[in-house]
Design a protein around this ligand. Structure first.
Ligand code: AMP
Length: 217
């Protein structure tokens, strides 16, 4: 099953996608993570993407779609793929449909995780990530046991440069799921809307229910 997770920056897509990957065996494909890896490794793609990421803008579709297709070619997990952060617009949504069709597959379910701008800002400004395994923490709501250290793997935590308040505002203005993309999925009868302002577990439960997965506590 191929699942798309949509939502504003800060909606909790990454956290929920990780939970789905761990609990239900999905392969987690996050374009933001792939870009960040390329930035860290100093690749040409990373250098190009960084200029956009630093400003809070989207990386051009052509570049992003090519990268996504490449990463799909190396994924064939038995449990399906969860797309987190892709597609961001209708052009990307259509490109994903085509790329999956070429493999005899399609997007089965789409989940839109909704949060208010105030909540998104509150979350992003207090977000810490693990430099090694990508685990996500919130300074107040879900802090690590030892400050600055990942509970899972003991590596150092860091704050994303694009979680700075001024960049967060640009991201929230420019990166909300656009109406035409939402309609693309709603019209196909694939869209589920989930309230993202509940606890992590409640959101996860709602996701499992939408996907028809028996909820695992
Ligand atoms: P994210 O981790 O999903 O918040 O993405 C971090 C940054 O990577 C975004 O602000 C964009 O600059 C870039 N990015 C991630 N996914 C996409 C995408 N599907 N299309 C264009 N840019 C993207």
């Amino acid at each position: 099953m191929n699942v798309v997770l949509l939502g504003s920056p800060g909606a909790g897509k990454g956290t929920q996608a990780e939970m789905l990957a761990h609990r239900s065996g999905f392969t987690h494909v996050a374009t933001g993570d792939i870009f960040r890896r390329n930035v860290r490794d100093g690749t040409e793609l990373g250098k190009l993407a960084q200029t956009y990421m630093d400003r809070g803008d989207l990386v051009p579709d052509e570049v992003t779609i090519r990268m996504l297709i490449q990463s799909l070619e190396s994924e064939d997990g038995p449990g399906g793929v969860i797309f987190d952060g892709f597609p961001r617009n209708l052009v990307q949504a259509r490109a994903l449909d085509e790329a999956l069709a070429a493999r005899g597959e399609h997007v089965e379910q789409v989940i839109l995780v909704e949060v208010s701008d105030e909540e998104a800002v509150r979350r992003l400004s207090a977000r810490w990530l693990c430099s090694n395994c990508g685990a996500i923490y919130h300074q107040v709501a879900s802090p690590p046991r030892r400050q600055g250290i990942c509970d899972n793997c003991g590596s150092e935590l860091y704050q994303r440069a694009d979680d700075r308040p001024e960049v967060v505002r640009t991201r929230l203005e420019g990166q909300k799921p656009p109406a035409d993309m939402i309609e693309h999925y709603r019209g196909a009868g694939k869209l589920h809307v989930v309230n993202g302002e509940q606890s992590l577990e409640q959101v996860h439960e709602a996701l499992d229910e939408a996907l028809g997965i028996p909820y695992a506590h």
